[in-house]
Design a protein. Structure first.
Length: 248
């Protein structure tokens, strides 16, 4: 059964490193699909908890879209400002923590408007960063396969197909799973429980991120120190040539 599933998505030709990469991408995209259903939940929160009018709720929702509008900034930061040497792993971990804080807080209590807005903004920052990381990992994976010696155009096309099918397939699967649970949103307790159980989704992404095959990037200071180490071979003691004593 597993071999048939792998052959269906053309994963049998994937290397172990690529499978690990696609597993992390699948976890990110599944999380994106599941948490996208929380848009309906937040609508009830605006109305019942924050007591906002439809116009104010729309304005609040627009403000919360700002992290998604500035997605290129997250990509720039990840490429140029690695944390502890990691460009993707560190941002995945931090974004998972940010999403968890918001969902866990809303799942256990009803915060005031100010705190709630800050938590929702933090949640959107985390989700937008994870979306950027998933897409960046796919691009890097395709570039690595394309750079391999002897890689044909067919290999490159299949690698791109595997990445795209994994990302969007799991995202659709997450959205479908949410639609099966939508009945639990009809009551306030059900909504609160739904948010609480959703807080385990970023926790799963947090742990899946550790299997990402990313090599830490050395800091510039470490590279300069390595280059400044003198080559001891060049200082090897060479016996001077023997000069005969002319006086004798």
């Amino acid at each position: 059964m597993l071999s048939k599933l792998l052959s269906l998505f053309k994963f049998q030709q994937s290397s172990p490193k690529e499978l690990r990469t696609l597993t992390v991408v699948a976890a990110i995209s599944l999380s994106q699909g599941l948490l996208s259903g929380l848009g309906t939940v937040w609508g009830y929160v605006y109305k019942d908890d924050f007591l906002l009018s439809p116009a104010m709720a729309s304005s609040l929702d627009a403000d919360l879209r700002i992290p998604w509008i500035i997605k290129p900034i997250w990509g720039f930061m990840s490429d140029n400002l690695p944390i502890f040497g990691y460009k993707r792993l560190s941002y995945l971990l931090l974004s998972s923590i940010a999403i968890w804080i918001c969902l866990f807080y809303f799942g256990t209590t009803s915060p005031a408007f100010g705190i709630g807005f800050a938590l929702l903004f933090l949640n959107n920052i985390g989700q937008s960063i994870q979306a950027v990381m998933g897409q960046a990992i796919l691009v890097e994976n395709a570039q690595e396969i394309s750079a391999k010696e002897g890689a044909t155009q067919d290999d490159k096309a299949k690698a791109a197909s595997r990445g795209i099918s994994t990302f969007y397939g799991m995202k659709i699967a997450g959205g479908t799973l949410y639609s099966l649970l939508i009945a639990s949103l009809l009551t306030e307790d059900g909504r609160r429980s739904f948010i609480f159980y959703s807080s385990f989704v970023p926790v799963a992404v947090f742990f899946f991120a550790f299997i990402l095959p990313e090599t830490p990037k050395k800091a510039k200071r470490e590279i300069l120190l390595e280059n400044s180490v003198p080559n001891t071979e060049s200082f090897a003691v060479v016996n001077p040539p023997h000069i005969p004593n002319a006086i004798s």
